[in-house]
Each structure stands twice: as structure tokens, then as C-alpha cells.
Design a protein around this ligand. Sequence first.
Ligand SMILES: *Cc1c(COP(=O)(O)O)cnc(C)c1O
Length: 372
Amino acid sequence: MTSQTSSVPVPIMVTRSTLPPLEEYLGYIRQIWDTHCLTNNGPLVRELEQRLASYLASPHIWFVTNCTAALQIAIKALNLQGEIITTPFSYVATTSAVLWESCTPVFVDIRLGDLTIDPNLIEAAITPRTRAILATHVYGFPCDVAAISDIARRHNLKVIYDAAHTFGCRLDGRALATFGDVSCLSFHATKIFHTVEGGAIVINDDASLAERIRLTRAFGHHRDDHRHLGINGKNSEFHAAMGLCNLVHLDANLARHRRQHDNYSQLLSGTSVRIPRPESVNLEYNYAYFPVLLPTESAVERSLAALAALNIYPRRYFYPSLNRISYISGHPCPVSESAAEKVLCLPMSDLVTPELQEIIIGTLVAHARAPA
Ligand SMILES: *Cc1c(COP(=O)(O)O)cnc(C)c1O
């Protein structure tokens, strides 16, 4: 069947940035022209922060340039020096932020079911130099936040979550982006909610840390009072405007993701393609990603080639396992390495029709079945 399918006219990438109706964005741009305020904590940045604070039900949230800077600022503001226990199954920025802040990443392998850090392996990796745990709610699947916070409390460690994938997820009724001492969000153009480039730092319940982070993102000073080291992590009015527009359309976007997600799940039921799933019971999920695990790496490679011939491009997200990157390196993490070899994230965007979903799944299933 798939061999007769002709290639689609527009490339189908794993994601496609949402854009609000242009008029809505222009409304905000006119405001910028009126106020002549382009950046430096302007009215649109403050409005976005207020809307995000109420959406996440969290008092302390700062809009920053991106999630990578958010992670770096969090590590700096928490004054972490030494080892940080982290997950090998994430985007490279999770680990590069640790290295950039001159800390040592110590990789702990993941759970097979939901691909988040395995809490049962964390304590064995703790040494006298361990200062924090930095874990990723990968694909918006919640880490075992209760077990991690318990370990952190007993060993006096800080907890930072890479919450780049979590916008729209709620765990036990609470925004998934508000756990740990600090959570870092990404509002990059490819994410389910975006501000072109952007991110946010959510500080859980510690007003003095929140104030420190607020100043760290803006050079560490208030007028002439230079309090501590800072960096430029501020974001602009133009980026905030995109966020304010996209928030209005968030529910429709989440609903489309859910429809595509349900359809992929249905098409895959009874096949040998495994779908990683969240382990939390009480989760409101954002359906932002549709990862699958094929039986072998060669099935991944053959599926990618077959789909590329049709102008369809799923992504090996995440590959390779971060402990295998040459300039990073770390202990072997067999579960993460195996998942990284077998994982594909399937396209989800306004261009993905049910017919395309059938073609994609048909191709994957054909190659999953064929011998390596
Ligand atoms: C996208 C992403 C990042 C990086 O976010 P930026 O905003 O582009 O810096 C970090 N971690 C994860 C898990 C991501 O998916």
C-alpha cells in the first residue's frame, strides 16, 4: 500500500509552529508603537507573566529568553557547584546547561514505561558532591515527583525540573510546571505554546529565590544597586505579544493535538509498535508529542527513509542518549540508550490529516514487522 502512495506536496515535519491570525498580533504591535517600549520589563511582558501566573496558579514566574537560559539562571541562582544528577533522555540543553555552569552531570538511567528518570536508581548516584537533581518531564510525562522530592529532602538536594514539554499538563490538579524548587519552561516556536523564542522560570514557594532569579535574569542589579552576578535573560515586548496571542488559541491547539494523538493510538493498537505512556494516574495530559518505540534501530532507519521518500519527516527525538555525546560522556545508561535508538516522534501539526496519519502508521508497522 505505502509503496503506491505519492509524496505529499509540502514537507510534513514533526511539528509546525502555530501562528495566530495576523490581525491579532498587529493589535499588540500597534500598542508597542504607541508606548515605544520594546523591552526591559515592559507592559506586555508583565501582562504575559500575569496571565501565565494565573494559568499555572503560581505566584513566581519570570519570562526569559529561552529554556536553556532559564536552566542556567536557575543553577546560578541556586548557587549550585558540584554534581547534578540528571536524565540522559532529554534534549541536549538539559545537560549543556549543567556543563555551562561548570557543574558535573551525573546520569541516572530512565524507566522503561515513561522514559523519565528512574527514582529507584537516584540514591546510588548521590555522593558528597551532589547538590541537585535536574529531571525532565519528557513529552510532558511527569517524573515521579513525590519520590524525587522525598530523596531530595533526605539528602538536602535542590530539585530543578526541565518542564519544557509540560505546558497544558496538570498532575493531581496542579500545573506540572510548578513542581520542584524551580521549573524551567520552553516557549520555543516548536513547542505547544510558544513566544517565537522564549521560556519561563517558575519558582515554587520561595520569595527570596524568586527575587534573586528576577534580578539574575537582568544583570543582577536594581538601578544603581548591583546585588549579585547576573546575565541578560530578559525577553522582549514582541515575544510577549506572540505569547499573549497564542494563549487565546491554546485550548483549540490542545484539542487538535488530542484528536491527532487519539487517532495515532487507535491506528497503532494491536501492532508491535510500542507507545510510551505516562505512569501517573491523575494526569491531565497536553498530548504535545506522539513518541513511539520501534522494535529495532534498523526499523527506525528504514521507516525514516521510506517516509522521507514521501516528504514526511518524523524525528529521532531524543537521539542519541545524552551520556553518549562525545563532549559530554557518562556512565552507560542501557534503558536510555536503547530507547534513544528506537524512538521516533510522529508529526503533529495543522497539516497532519487523518489520511497522512494512516500513511505514517502503515509505513511504521510495515517496517516494524520486517526482519532487521
Ligand atoms: C526545547 C527544549 C529545551 C530548550 O528550550 P529552548 O527554549 O529552545 O532553550 C530544553 N529542554 C527540552 C526537554 C526541550 O524540549
